[in-house]
Design a protein around this ligand. Structure first.
Ligand SMILES: Nc1ncnc2c1ncn2[C@@H]1O[C@H](COP(=O)(O)OP(=O)(O)OP(=O)(O)O)[C@@H](O)[C@H]1O
Ligand SMILES: CC(=O)N[C@H]1[C@@H]2OC[C@@H](O2)[C@@H](O)[C@@H]1O[C@H](C)C(=O)O
Length: 372
């Protein structure tokens, strides 16, 4: 029998809004028992530090290079993850001894798949020492070494959750609307096709923050009062990203922010919600078939304007749209759960990525193990 391990996943995503912490018990294969979840938000000052880290990383050409200031931010980020783990264990009355492994994503500060370069800051050895728990980190690099896009990695976990749809004879598509959106299609025959689908919340967050100081559009309420500026939407949707037969993974900075002279606050938020929704539908055109069901996770599912747009577009093509919760999952915890699942797979040397998910030449494992 395969070993069942208790794992905690730690995700600091492209939205840079905080650390998601989730526990699962899993054999890294078909057995998954989902446990508690905790979101630990970053305060404004630290979000600014992470933005500074993106600037510091931009000129880098080697993934192990760390200018002194970037290294300082890396250690600060790692320390915050250690604190988040401790807070999680305390909150749910758990001892570190019952946790077999932490799956540590770190923070992506640069992602240039065309140059084979992806940089996540976060010191796995330091996190293992601080928490007393083994850590699997740096899970994207080996995929790139083998010709993959280095993203998305969550599809292996989506596939493991898709059993009930497969049993019902339905092709399902998981959509993660984070800072960037990505999707995972699982056909009725178990075939997996996945890729980044376009801008998610980042453009909306940048716009709303620039105009109001708020870090996002709560519930999509601001966009709900606006209208789509067609010329702006077209400009985004005509990006070369949506053309060609090879799906590329995205860096947070690949789509330029909307400029203040281009729209009113409300129209900008509405237009960018429309762009996020239409991007998913456009990219889904590269799937082998139209999914019966979309399962939407990530913070973007809480933007009612984006979701209304996406649901209308998907339903007009014959698909139904469920939130992760409607499908029996936790849309906030999904990525952190995935990182826990991937850490267990890494310990067992199982593949994390597949030709259908990142374009890697053959299924490959990945991740680096640090012990306390
Ligand atoms: N109540 C809400 N209403 C509207 N939008 C929300 C709400 N809560 C979160 N969001 C959006 O979701 C974002 C965070 O989503 P999520 O945590 O899934 O992203 P991430 O994991 O950082 O990104 P990625 O998946 O690209 O790595 C926020 O930045 C915000 O735009
Ligand atoms: C390089 C990087 O960090 N990419 C992220 C980003 O955020 C969403 C999308 O772009 C996805 O490709 C990926 O994260 C998820 C968790 C993944 O790898 O599955």
């Amino acid at each position: 029998m395969d070993v069942i391990r208790t794992a905690i996943g730690l995700m600091s995503g492209t939205s840079m809004d905080g650390i998601d912490v989730a526990l699962i018990r899993t054999d890294g294969r078909g057995f998954i028992e989902r446990g508690p979840f905790l979101g630990v938000p970053y305060e404004t000052e630290f979000r600014e530090r992470l933005k500074r880290a993106l600037d510091l990383a931009r000129p880098l050409h080697h993934r192990s290079k760390r200018p002194a200031e970037l290294r300082d931010i890396e250690l600060e980020l790692t320390g915050r993850h250690a604190i988040a783990v401790t807070a999680f264990l305390e909150r749910f009355g758990l001892s570190a001894y019952v946790i077999d492994v932490l799956g540590f994503h770190g923070q992506t500060v640069l992602h240039r798949p065309d140059e084979g370069l992806t940089i996540q800051i976060g010191d796995g050895g330091d996190l293992a020492r601080r928490t007393g728990i083994s850590v699997v980190y740096d899970m994207r690099a080996n995929d790139m070494v083998h010709g993959g896009q280095g993203a998305p990695l969550v599809p292996a976990y989506h596939a493991a959750l898709a059993g009930k749809f497969q049993q019902a004879g339905q092709a399902v598509c998981f959509v993660n609307i984070g800072g960037i959106s990505n999707l995972t299609f699982i056909g009725t025959d178990g075939r997996i096709v996945a890729f980044d689908s376009g801008p998610g919340n980042t453009l909306i967050d940048q716009w709303v923050e620039m105009q109001t100081g708020k870090t996002y559009d709560p519930g999509g309420e601001i966009g709900g009062r606006g209208k789509v500026v067609a010329a702006v939407a077209e400009r985004y949707l005509e990006s070369p990203f949506f053309r060609g037969n090879v799906r590329r993974s995205l860096d947070r900075g690949d789509f330029a922010p909307l400029r203040s002279e281009e729209a009113s606050l409300e129209d900008g938020a509405r237009t960018l919600a429309h762009v996020a929704a239409a991007s998913i539908i456009k990219s889904a055109g590269f799937l082998p078939e139209t999914p019966s069901t979309y399962v939407v996770c990530g913070g973007g599912r809480l933007n009612g304007t984006l979701m209304a747009e996406f649901s209308a577009m998907a339903e007009s093509l014959g698909s139904r749209v469920l939130s992760a919760e409607q499908a029996g999952f936790d849309g906030d915890a999904m990525e952190a759960e995935a990182w826990a699942y991937l850490a267990v797979r890494s310990l067992d040397g199982l593949p994390l990525t597949f030709p259908g998910t990142t374009g890697v030449s053959a299924p490959v494992s990945g991740g680096v193990l640090a012990t306390p």
